[in-house]
Ligand binder design. Structure first.
Ligand code: HEM
Length: 419
């Protein structure tokens, strides 16, 4: 297909839902922002319901904070296109698919959302995450020790992936030897959330992931341990605060969300720094800039392309457009984070930028639970890399680096470097 002949909004629909976008999406986002804050795109499921993307920050915040008018759970709306239900059916609508059927905090409204999030929020406070910093540092150092003598590594395989999966596995009590398998399932889940549900391997992997979590829970019921999964099982067994489906969904969500995005932050962030050698030099000269660099990398090209879809619960006017009850509304976080009305020179990467706010972790009640953990991991990952591998360089031509870009995430299959 010659995409240059498509309108900007058709291109956006194609990019988001085709799942094959291997090009830099930011010029398209700039074009879309210039044409409006709220733009219609083709319905992702080919249905007749309206679908809109939100390209600018103010309107994106409006949607994300107004959870009464923009719900994550459309099950009470007539005639909606329920993406999740279709996903769940594709994944054979068995217990493993419960993650997609509205049992996890990401997909429910209040009061269930508050109840579910409340059960784990204490485990993710900024103060508690800070207490994990020495352990995160140890893991980062061990990973770099393993490759130090070789003078080369694959940032994705050797660093960006194992660092967050090791941390979240320890927190949750997931056996480390399962992590390669978890990686395969998580990639499928990311693609499923990016609407690549047509791919049968995606559905099969999604099911297998849920079955794995169910087995993990069954095992842990037999031998209680000092980990977050065991604590959640105890809560479920106490009675009315968490049921079995919610337990499985919660754990699957924590395993997945707890590493997939952070891996992408570390891998994509490293590539962004290699693409901007002056910024890398700045960090080398002043490692005190690492925390602001992490925020800037989240803003500039954060892992989540868009938040999950929201559904209008009533007719509503947004950014000059008339959204109808039941329409799908998708805030494009990566675009909002380059909004010219919010940032000076938004298309520039500046590790010393002082950022008032960005939307990389979303906004409102569903704002990322794991943001404090991701920030600690990002600080440690980039701080350690810049200190221990100051001569980091790409080991292959830049044009050989392949992206996988979907609505929900963007990832690199590998990032070979020398140091
Ligand atoms: C929600 C991004 C790391 C757990 C979200 C949302 C975004 C996001 C954008 C909101 C989605 C929406 O509103 O539809 C990120 C990014 C990360 C990251 C960019 C890393 C750089 C983590 C980590 C965890 C985590 C380490 C740890 C468990 C969650 C959970 C939710 C969530 C549980 C759902 C919150 C709710 O519905 O109340 N994340 N995330 N995330 N994230 Fe993260």
């Amino acid at each position: 297909m010659d995409r240059s002949k498509l309108s900007a909004s058709d291109q956006a629909g194609f990019s988001f839902f085709g799942g094959k976008n291997d090009t830099d999406p930011f010029p398209l986002f700039a074009q879309l922002r210039a044409s409006g804050a709220v733009i219609p795109i083709p319905n992702p499921l080919g249905g007749s319901g309206g679908t809109w993307i939100v390209t600018q920050m103010e309107e994106a915040i409006q949607v994300l904070k107004d959870h009464a008018r923009f719900t994550v759970d459309p099950s009470s709306l007539d005639g909606y296109q329920d993406i999740r239900r279709t996903l769940a059916e594709t994944a054979e609508a068995s217990a493993p698919a419960t993650f997609f059927t509205g049992k996890s905090m990401l997909f429910v409204d209040e009061p269930d959302h508050k109840r579910l999030r409340g059960l784990v929020s204490k485990a993710f406070t900024p103060r508690y995450m800070e207490s994990l910093r020495p352990r995160v540092q140890e893991i980062a150092d061990e990973l770099l020790d393993q490759v130090q003598a070789q003078g080369r590594m694959d940032i994705v395989k050797d660093y960006a992936y194992p660092l967050p999966i090791n941390v979240i596995s320890e927190m949750l009590g997931v056996p480390l030897e399962d992590r390669d398998q978890i990686r395969v399932w998580s990639e499928a889940l990311a693609r499923g959330l990016g609407y690549e549900k047509q791919d049968p391997t995606v559905a099969a992997h999604m099911s297998a992931f849920g079955e794995y979590t169910a087995r993990l829970v069954a095992d842990k019921r037999k031998r209680q341990a000092e980990d977050l999964i065991s604590q959640l099982i105890a809560i479920e067994e106490e009675g009315d605060r968490l049921n079995e489906d919610e337990l499985i969904s919660m754990i699957t969500l924590l395993i997945f969300a707890g590493h997939e995005t952070t891996s992408n932050l570390i891998a994509t962030g490293t590539l962004m720094l290699l693409d901007h050698p002056r910024q890398w030099e700045k960090l080398k000269a002043d490692p005190g800039l690492v925390p602001s660099a992490v925020e800037e990398l989240l803003r500039f090209n954060g892992p989540a392309t868009a938040s999950g879809p929201r559904y209008a619960t009533e007719d509503v006017e947004l950014g000059g457009q008339r959204i109808k009850k039941g329409d799908i509304v998708i805030p494009v976080l990566k675009s909002a984070n380059r909004d010219e009305s919010q940032f000076t020179d938004p298309e520039e990467l500046d590790v010393a930028r002082r950022i008032k706010r960005h939307l990389a972790f979303g906004h409102g009640i569903h704002m990322c639970l794991g943001a404090p953990l991701a920030r600690v991991e990002g600080d440690v990952a980039f701080g350690t890399l810049v200190k221990r591998m100051p001569n980091l360089k790409l080991a292959i031509p830049r044009e050989d680096i392949a992206w996988h870009f979907t609505l929900s995430s963007q990832s690199l299959a590998s990032l070979p470097v020398t140091f």
